[in-house]
Design a protein around this ligand. Sequence first.
Ligand code: GDP
Ligand code: IMO
Ligand code: MG
Length: 423
Amino acid sequence: MNIVVVGLQWGDEGKGKIIDYLSKDADYIVRFQGGNNAGHTVEVNGKKFIFHLIPSGILREGKICVIGNGVVIDPQVLIREISSLHKEKVKVSPENLKISLLSHIIMPYHKDLDALREKRRLNKIGTTRRGIGPCYVDKFSRCGIRLADLVNPKLFKEKLKDNLREKNPLFRRVFKAKGFSFKRIYEQYLKFGKILAPYAEDVVELLNFARIKKKSILFEGAQGAFLDVDFGTYPFVTSSNTIASFSGVGAGFPLLKIDKVIGVAKAYTTRVGEGPFPVEEKGRGGFSLRERGGEFGATTGRPRRCGWLDLVSLKRAAQLNGVDSLAITKIDVLSSLKKIKVCFKYKYKGKSLTNFPATSQGWEKIKPVYREVKGWPSLKPNIGSFKELPSEARDYIKMIEDYLGKKVEYISVGSVREAIIKK
Ligand code: GDP
Ligand code: IMO
Ligand code: MG
């Protein structure tokens, strides 16, 4: 069975936790877009791991983790991630980690450009400043450097020279910033290339072989539906397509060979960075959700903006991704609240909207309309089945199912691996 797992909100829905759980039944776990702007948390045996590039299935023995062509790779971050896993005695080797030769490499100038552009922009996006956007820009303007180039010193030299010929004047003249030394980058990145060369792979061939052998492939999305470069709250989005349809493109996998899409959503909503967020609770409410849920970015540590569950946007995300079922996380975070608010429609210029607006124009004027539902008492430890949940929590899940017309298949009730219910 080939399953795609994607975020249905603005990222940080708990995809890492769900992937870790589902990867017990998978043979391959594949990242297909994004880069180290992602931070996917998995808590196992008292240890907390935050994955930025390596798929969240790496903790399970005997699985093959794959980084597809749709991912942009900061080699320094990846090498650091591999060695910190080694320190925790987690096996990461060319046997269980394969990186597409076609994946694009984040260069120092991408990171600097990300920060410089952000500084100049009137309407800041609040990017992670990891060079993600500029790297994707170079990919599409056809001057990107791919893993296949990085591991070939002659080709790498040529491409880096060509890039600096264009980038250095841009940095100096437009941004009044320092340029980059060819020698420094070349020497540093050649070392990265040497370390990563054994992991480089023809992922198309690898996954095609897996498919023919009827292996199970799990595709791990990063970010979330409303950070999608086309369908999100543009321009306050990331620079890749985050929705399930992209999984095939970002890994070189045939479209019709995906069997199932699972959408992950928090029981409430969060967002990091700038941009419209209709259900945001700016005052004490938001503060309290942030404290309860530990809502601080897994990548940048920034406090996440928090609000109640937004069913209108969730429905749009479920449609966009064609989800077959849902995983709802952080149900425990809402426990012991007397009342819980849920947004079931928007108000815009005096009119009710139950559909998500087509573009993000006028978003700031959208007002959420809430319904209050009953909260539930603290959850018992080690809940193993749906019927053990308090009835109000079961009603909450049912309300989501009814609104979206989709079944909730997994309910996460804590951050650790075991705290999950299969309904
Ligand atoms: P991702 O980017 O979608 O993988 O999500 P993040 O890892 O950035 O953020 C999710 C956070 O919520 C992490 O700190 C997880 O450990 C935590 N988490 C995931 N599921 C649950 C849950 O059901 N309950 C609680 N309390 N925490 C959870
Ligand atoms: P995971 O996979 C939450 C946000 C940034 C910023 C915008 C653009 O952990 O869910 P970028 O650096 O991508 O150009 O920043 O996107 N963003 C995320 N927010 N979770 C993420 O990943 C994110 N990746 C990017 O905060 O608003
Ligand atoms: Mg995250």
